[in-house]
Design a protein. Structure first.
Lengths: 566, 342
């Protein structure tokens, strides 16, 4: 009884008391915001081991300030602000110029910019950031990668040479990037490449560090402060600073009082991990959280009629496509690929997988990017699919049974809620044609290994690849140029000398009209060969309090807290 | 005698842990995926891949990797020094991460087992006192029902009913309201830290936030414990020494106390085993209530192929389970001296 009196009663009493007085109801004050996510940032280092995780990127973009971004174009029908990719604007840059004769960019930096720590931004911060990139001292050479893709001189693969006599000097910043004065920098390119400016807008790779703060936390064993950036903060000149970070649980951002564009309207943002999507949904509906993300299209759809909740989205750069591996028979047969493209029930997939918030995708680059060229080659047409199947040498699917293993349609098991109905719709459409499709869910990390490293996924659904550098050429180099010609993530093992040659020309082309024509021709060839089978482009969505305004989309798909206000 | 018994058990535990370390290290490397892929993402040039593999130490032969992990290679910083490595996802020492997660799970389980025992033991005793009575029948039905329920489903149901519909429970937002400032970390146990620092509002808020997760676990755990107490009590009440006590005219209360002492040892074993199992097995309740506990950490580590974290979790949970079983055995021996004699 004593135990009951001394222990249980106070606990029960406290619980009832707090329920009655409303302790712990997370009603955010007007200057605060609670955002519920499926995870919180695992690290904040540009070259850190968690850079590929979306929530890590979402944390980084609140802290890191880029050199440029894109001018807002206006709101779409959902009330989400979208960028105008034809109008890059300076952020840490005030202006820039390019001299084609010497392949040199001159960057003029902004004055009177201060970091969270109060340090003043100068050319030294940019040089430090790029020297760090070239040191390839982190877990992954992410920052180096985009500078290499931008053809910045001496950012070559020599940094990885096994011979220290080669890699050592190659990892040091030379005269390719020089400081003219505290607010002027010159950058030399090895060859003309318009990707330089495009890539400078990619914050998660090219955000600028606060050199003074980074050096303060450097150690002899970690001279580039990777531990600090991975575990404490990414010190920069951005709109927010980290005030609390419990990994796997929550991250708290406080507005940078020194921010040069003005202090953020929302002073404190709490990013809280709520792993269950159903809980994120009910907490938003209760009014205790202001933003949720990482829901399925059907969950967003269910919130559209909820009181006090807005669902906003944008057709940005997310799409779902089918991988058919050219190295796996019978997918080396173009006619068979075309037959499958004509057998996909696009409208049904849009309904069952995306609650209507998707469109048929008609190219291999995002629909909103400049130089996107739509192809009308493929539509749901089972009769045409049967005819193409016969032309491919498999009338009525006869002969395909020997490739049953190749037709295991692989997808990420963790995305069952969205992709489950999609793969079932595909299977239901293909089996009657004689194509022996079976389903093969696979854990995400295992899927990534097969896609990125082994490149042996024979037949798979993918909805997670999006080129965040806004350029059709960049996207096609990533996914379709052969490995020998500089391709990186050619998961389908597509090798076409015509594409390689066109990219080699387009990459160096300074005449915009000619480059656009080359990029359009590449897209037509890729669609003809069904290098990927683009299925749908779907909306990137968020659900948020209807009192919240200013939601904007950027190509990395991470919401910017700075844009938000009540 | 008891000291020799404890020493022998400790020796066996060390051997068990050693075997486990070796098995886990080599078994997880047989998983069908390469963790490097997750790091490099789209930037998967051979050079980038090699760089990432090198940063994880995966470019070394597996025996060298094992020696390094164990603390016998270069750098000599490993398991022998209590160093569990750095997580490949967060780049934070595994021990630091588990130091944050374990207190969350301990607080959840501690309160849940406390409440469960306070309910299940008296109900089990009452049920045994009148076999076939209303209470006994109810315990039988509930024991069957409660033991067969999926805890995550009840958790979600409780959230829906008590938070969303009735509004009497807090949102499933972890241990404490995220808009509240938590007390500074002293012990890692927020209930204790809030009391030490005098932040009673936080203390109350933590109890409030633990209300539904504790209720969920109590609902699930009470069934088997009630049944165990009931059965052991019935057996004890039928034994000769109780018959002798009754014949000697002892009061009903004293009879119950003697019988309960005899019934305690096997019931305690069940509680200990359940506690050990729930250390990692509370993962679904942790997930439903957004509690960043050790079960959540284990699942995240496995899904990300985060080898150091997986090894650390397995080792620490096993170590804790061995300690729990050891304590149980010692208590058992203290209650029943025949154990040590045998």
């Amino acid at each position: 009884m004593a135990l009951w009196r001394n222990v249980c009663m106070p606990i029960l009493g406290a619980s009832l008391l707090s329920a009655s007085i409303g302790v712990g109801t997370s009603q955010a004050a007007p200057s605060q915001l609670l955002i519920l996510t499926e995870d919180v940032p695992a690290g904040l280092d540009i070259d850190g081991p968690s850079i590929a995780i979306p929530t890590t990127q979402e944390g980084m973009v609140q802290l890191l300030e880029p050199l440029i971004d894109y001018t807002p174009k206006g709101m779409n029908a959902d009330g989400v602000v979208v960028p105008d990719f034809s109008r890059p604007r300076g952020r840490l840059l005030e202006s820039w110029s390019y001299d084609p004769a010497t392949l040199t960019w001159t960057l003029h930096l902004r004055h009177d910019v201060k970091s969270c720590a109060g340090n003043t931004f100068t050319a030294d911060d940019v040089l430090y950031t790029w020297a760090r990139a070239k040191s390839v001292s982190g877990a992954v050479p992410n920052a180096w990668f985009l500078l290499n893709m931008s053809s910045v001189a001496n950012f070559s693969t020599a940094v990885f040479d096994k011979n220290p006599a080669v890699s050592g000097p190659a990892r040091k910043l030379g005269d390719e990037i020089t400081k003219v004065d505290d607010y002027t920098i010159k950058v030399k390119q090895a060859q003309p490449n318009p990707l330089f400016l495009v890539n400078m807008a990619v914050v998660i790779s090219q955000g600028i560090y606060d050199k003074t703060d980074m050096l303060k936390h450097a150690t002899p064993s970690d001279p580039w402060s990777h531990d600090y950036a991975n575990n404490v903060t990414a010190p920069s000149f951005g709109p927010y600073c980290v005030s609390k970070w419990v990994k796997n649980d929550e991250m708290v951002f406080t507005a940078n009082p020194n921010y040069y564009r003005g202090k953020a309207a929302i002073n404190r943002v709490v990013m809280k991990r709520v792993p269950q999507a159903a809980n994120r949904l009910v907490i938003l509906r209760s009014g205790q959280a202001q933003v949720i993300q990482g829901m399925t299209a059907h969950q967003y759809d269910s919130l559209k009629s909820a009181k006090g909740v807005t669902v906003g989205g944008v057709y940005g750069n997310e799409g779902m496509f089918i991988v058919m591996n050219f190295k796996t028979k019978p997918f080396d047969n173009i006619k068979l690929r075309q037959a499958i493209a004509d057998a996909i029930p696009y409208s049904r997939i849009i309904d069952v997988g995306y609650a209507g918030e998707a469109k048929q995708w008609k190219s291999v680059i995002p629909t909103t990017y400049p130089d996107y060229v739509a192809s009308d080659d493929y539509n749901y047409d089972p009769d045409k699919a049967k005819q193409l199947l016969a032309e491919a040498g498999y009338p009525g699917g006869k002969g395909l049974e020997q490739y049953a293993d190749a037709f295991k349609l692989t997808y990420v098991a963790e995305k069952e809620a969205t992709l489950g109905p999609v793969v079932n719709a595909i299977r239901t459409a293909l089996v009657p044609l004689g194509i022996p499709v079976t389903l093969n869910p696979m854990p995400e990390t295992e899927y990534g290994d097969h896609q990125i490293v082994k490149k042996d996924l024979a037949f798979a659904i993918n909805d997670q690849e999006k080129p965040i550098g806004v350029d059709a050429g960049y996207a096609m180099q990533l996914f379709f140029v052969s490995k020998e010609a500089g391709g990186l993530n050619n998961m389908e093992n597509y090798a076409n000398p015509e594409i390689d040659a066109l990219w080699a020309k387009a990459k160096l082309e300074t005449d915009v009209t000619k480059r656009n024509a080359e990029l359009a021709q590449m897209q037509q060839i890729l669609m003809r060969d069904v290098a990927w089978l683009p299925v749908v482009t779907f909306k990137t969505q968020w659900a948020y309090s209807d009192k919240l305004k200013g939601v904007a989309w950027v190509p990395d798909n991470s919401m910017r807290f700075y844009d938000l206000h009540y | 005698m008891i000291y020799r018994y404890i020493l022998r058990r400790l020796g066996i535990s060390v051997l068990q842990l050693l075997g486990l370390v070796i098995a886990v290290f080599f078994l997880i490397r047989m998983l069908p995926a390469d963790p490097v892929a997750r790091l490099v993402g789209m930037n998967a040039s051979p050079a980038a891949y090699a760089q990432a593999a090198h940063s994880l130490g995966l470019d070394q032969p597996i025996l060298i990797q094992f020696l390094r992990y164990f603390g016998l290679g270069h750098p000599a910083h490993g398991l022998l020094e209590g160093y569990l490595g750095v997580s490949w996802v967060t780049n934070t020492p595994v021990l630091t991460e588990m130091g944050q997660m374990l207190p969350v799970t301990f607080q959840l389980l501690g309160l849940s087992f406390l409440v469960t025992l306070l309910i299940a033991v008296p109900v089990g005793i009452i049920s045994a006192r009148r076999p076939g009575g209303i209470v006994d029948k109810a315990v039988f039905a509930y024991g069957l029902f409660g033991g067969s329920q999926p805890e995550f489903w009840w958790g979600l149901l409780f959230v829906f009913v008590f938070f969303f519909k009735l509004g009497v429970a807090p949102a499933p937002l972890g241990l404490v309201d995220p808009m509240l400032d938590s007390p500074p970390t002293i012990t890692g146990f927020i209930l204790i830290d809030s009391l030490i620092t005098g932040e009673f509002d936080v203390f109350v808020d933590v109890l409030y936030h633990l209300m539904l997760p504790v209720l969920t676990l109590v609902f699930i755990l009470s069934g088997p414990i009630m049944k165990m107490v009931r059965q052991n009590m019935i057996r004890a009440l039928q034994s000769d020494f109780i018959l002798y006590g009754q014949a000697a005219g002892l009061s009903q209360g004293m009879i119950t106390r003697y019988a309960f002492r005899a019934a305690l040892a096997p019931s305690m074993t069940l509680v200990g085993i359940l506690f050990g199992v729930m250390l990692g097995g509370a993962v679904l309740v942790e997930s439903v209530f957004s509690l960043g506990g050790i079960g959540q950490y284990a699942v995240r580590s496995v899904l990300a192929f985060d080898y150091p974290a997986i090894q650390g979790v397995v080792l620490v949970i096993t170590g804790l389970s061995l300690i729990i079983y050891l304590v149980l055995d010692i208590l058992y021996a203290a209650i029943d001296p025949r154990v040590t004699h045998s």
